[in-house]
Design a protein around this ligand. Structure first.
Ligand SMILES: [Zn+2]
Length: 714
């Protein structure tokens, strides 16, 4: 997405509109407040020596102390009207400033000790009992007296020349405290229901929206307090990128300067078999929601749960690569006792790279020409269909009104993985971007990953896109349901797909097949004509205008039966519509690839994307291991990010070096290259330019390389 501030000269640009390298607040297993100026200076120098330019600074250490969890509200380390332990910030801040380290105060606003506030500050459950958080300590309610308390504290904190505040919280839980009951009554004219189950249908929307809308009020009020004396202070919160609906990120756009998500918090379960592209996908989703704000990907060197044990180099390099290759800034948690590990040394090297290439990374607009849709609408419906009652009957009723087999998120991840592993650059967009008419002109291909539920308005935008010459790739049940998840008579885009739905969803099955019996644009390169059929699929009737590229085999009766003949039912269609073109694959191909990783399934996805829109980057010699992102910096440079995914089992100790790689990339119109540099390897590379494409050989790719092609202004 075009950043709101793109093209502004550096003098106008704010510091947070450039890449910022942020150190997480918890670098020591035991937090301490260094008291002597010399000790503070040593600490700050250590932070700077790792290449960090900003930090989240913890200004209350009581959370880590005592037998009860949460903060002590009188233990702050800066002067304020509510209570503090010592004015340590006044000592620390001048030293940090002297060494060029920006201080962003980390501020917990959701978890406090049980005796630190009057009872009306805490979140209550519907029986009136305070809600315990993280097993010990209470949640505080951002709608009660804590709202005003926090704004006053923010005002006092804003008297210090800090760079800004990161808010951890506010809580969006439903709460039954006196303030919540009163505010709900004032908004909706009814009593706050005791639970979602007891909520009358006419109040359901208000019941769900109330806590999160009031949490946004908290963030706004906090910003107002903070900026009363420090108008330049930035503010941001933690959020959920992919898999989340982005509601709070949109609602706080006016008062926040960054949006952030935990793309590099990995290891909650053993890593083997996990989706490895988390940092990159979070950064891509955040970019779709930024509205001119900076994006921060939170990465933790610690293996989550085993928080004090750091990941190896391969994992950490890929967190950083996914972050900067998609225009986000890193927030990184360093463990001091692990500072000499390969992983943290890799982080330090990335920090240096970001500083050296700041101009090329600033305002890095993507040059991708394809976009994968991430759909909050479908995620919400899937939650209702899958997360409802545990009772069989109720679940079937819910599912009947709410998609047949919700597969959007798995399709998204599967197609994401297939495109990333094919070196095919792409962005992520959401329905909101389409509805806002914010589709960048460079986007020639839109990909709908099992986008079952699509409202009429979004369908209309997609149809116009294709009619005007755009390309569309859609999988599984895309557009068969309206935005409430109700089945339509046919696909909303049946005319665009050149296909009509027949019957009900088929599956689950893991013994059926697709027939790649004809070599065409989609099947070229397939290793064999009999390919696994995804777990779920639909039969379709082709329109006269459509051409079949792939077929289903007739259904297998059982295992160890003779292979069934090829059916007449198409499993992929290409259709001309207006000036554009659509490929429709009515099976959950991405979902299947995510589970099984059949190389031929990746090939189908790659071929489908390529036949619809030739990628602006073409790689040879990288097999299925090199991800590519192409962007443009504020200084006009074209920047190619290459990430190497070849390695053994996860956690990946490192990438297996690849090379030489042949690289071809399409230069923006009128762009004449002056020089090209391999920024990580720190050496020049010789380009040859023909017909607007630059070609070069990359001798060796370790975990990551950034190729910076500067513009000849002469
Ligand atoms: Zn409350």
């Amino acid at each position: 997405m075009a950043a709101k501030h793109a093209g502004e000269p550096a003098s106008v640009r704010k510091w947070w509109q450039e890449p910022v390298i942020i150190l997480a607040h918890q670098y020591d297993a035991v937090m301490s407040t260094e008291q002597s100026p010399a000790a503070i200076e040593r600490l700050v120098r250590w932070k700077r020596s790792l290449g960090f330019e900003a930090e989240h600074l913890l200004l209350n250490h009581s959370m880590m102390e005592g037998s009860v969890g949460g903060d002590d509200a009188a233990a702050y380390l800066f002067k304020n009207r509510h209570g503090y332990r010592q004015d340590w910030l006044a000592r620390y801040l001048p030293v940090a400033q002297q060494h060029g380290l920006r201080v962003i105060a980390y501020f917990n606003v959701h978890w406090f000790k049980t005796d630190t506030f009057p009872m009306d500050f805490y979140c209550l459950d519907s029986s009136g009992q305070p809600k315990v958080a993280y097993g010990s300590g209470y949640g505080v309610c951002p709608r009660g007296p804590f709202l005003e308390w926090a704004e006053e504290l923010a005002e006092d904190l804003g008297r210090y020349p800090i760079a800004g505040v990161f808010l951890d919280g506010p809580g969006e839980d439903t709460c039954w405290c006196a303030a919540c009951r009163r505010k709900f009554r004032a908004r909706s004219g009814a009593e706050l229901p005791a639970s979602a189950a007891e909520c009358p249908p006419e109040l359901a929307a208000a019941f769900a929206a109330f806590p999160r809308e009031e949490a946004v009020t908290f963030t706004r009020n906090f910003a107002r307090g903070l900026r009363r004396h420090n108008p330049e202070a930035i503010l941001y919160c933690n959020g959920i990128a992919d898999g989340g609906d982005g509601w709070s990120m949109a609602a706080t756009a006016e008062v926040t300067n960054f949006i952030g998500a935990e793309g590099g918090f990995i290891g909650y379960r053993p890593l083997a078999g996990n989706f490895p592209f988390e940092a990159g996908s979070a950064a891509k989703v955040l970019e779709a929601r930024a509205q001119g704000r900076g994006r921060v990907i939170f990465s933790d060197c610690g293996f989550k749960k085993f928080d004090y044990h750091a990941h190896p180099k391969g994992e950490i390099a890929r967190m950083y690569a996914g972050t900067i290759a998609n225009g986000a800034s890193p927030w990184f948690l360093v463990l001091r006792h692990a500072a000499k590990t390969g992983g943290i040394r890799a982080a330090v090297r990335f920090n240096r790279l970001i500083r050296q290439q700041r101009a090329a990374l600033t305002d890095g607009e993507s040059l991708a020409e394809a976009a994968l849709l991430h759909s909050p609408v479908n995620l919400a419906l899937a939650g209702k269909a899958e997360g409802g009652s545990g009772d069989d009957v109720a679940r079937r009723e819910a599912a009947a009104g709410c998609l047949a087999v919700p597969r959007h998120y798995r399709e998204f991840k599967g197609l994401y993985a297939a495109l990333a592993r094919s070196g095919y650059p792409f962005d992520v967009l959401e329905e909101a971007n389409l509805l806002a008419g914010a589709l960048p002109r460079r986007i020639r291909l839109l990909i709908l990953p099992g986008l079952g539920a699509v409202g009429d308005e979004v369908a209309g935008k997609l149809r116009e896109f294709v009619r005007g010459g755009g390309r569309l790739l859609a999988t599984f049940d895309s557009t068969l349901f309206d935005q409430a998840g109700r089945r339509r008579a046919d696909y909303a885009l049946a005319d665009v797909f050149g296909a009509s739905a027949e019957g009900e969803v088929l599956g689950p099955s893991s013994l059926d097949y697709l027939a790649a019996t004809q070599t065409n644009e989609l099947t070229r390169g397939a290793s064999q004509p009999v390919l696994p059929c995804p777990e779920y699929w639909w039969r379709v009737r082709a329109a006269k205008s459509a051409r079949a590229l792939l077929w289903y085999h007739q259904k297998m009766p059982r295992r160890y039966a003779a292979l069934t003949p090829v059916s007449k039912s198409p499993a992929a269609l290409v259709n001309k519509f207006g000036k554009g073109l659509a490929v429709f694959i009515p099976s959950a191909l991405g979902d299947h690839y995510l589970s099984y990783r059949f190389p031929d399934e990746r090939l189908l996805v790659r071929n489908a994307a390529r036949m619809l829109a030739r990628a602006p980057v073409e790689l040879s010699g990288g097999d299925e291991f090199v991800e590519a992102a192409l962007r443009r910096g504020a200084d006009g440079a074209v920047v190619l990010h290459l990430t190497n995914w070849a390695s053994g089992e996860r956690p990946a100790t490192r990438a297996i070096p690849l090379g030489p790689l042949g690289v071809r990339l399409r230069l923006p119109r009128g762009f004449r290259p002056r020089s090209a540099e391999l920024a990580m390897a720190r050496r020049k590379v010789k380009l040859s330019v023909r017909n607007g494409w630059a070609c070069f050989a990359l001798p060796r790719l370790e975990e990551y390389e950034m190729v910076v092609i500067t513009k000849d202004e002469g």
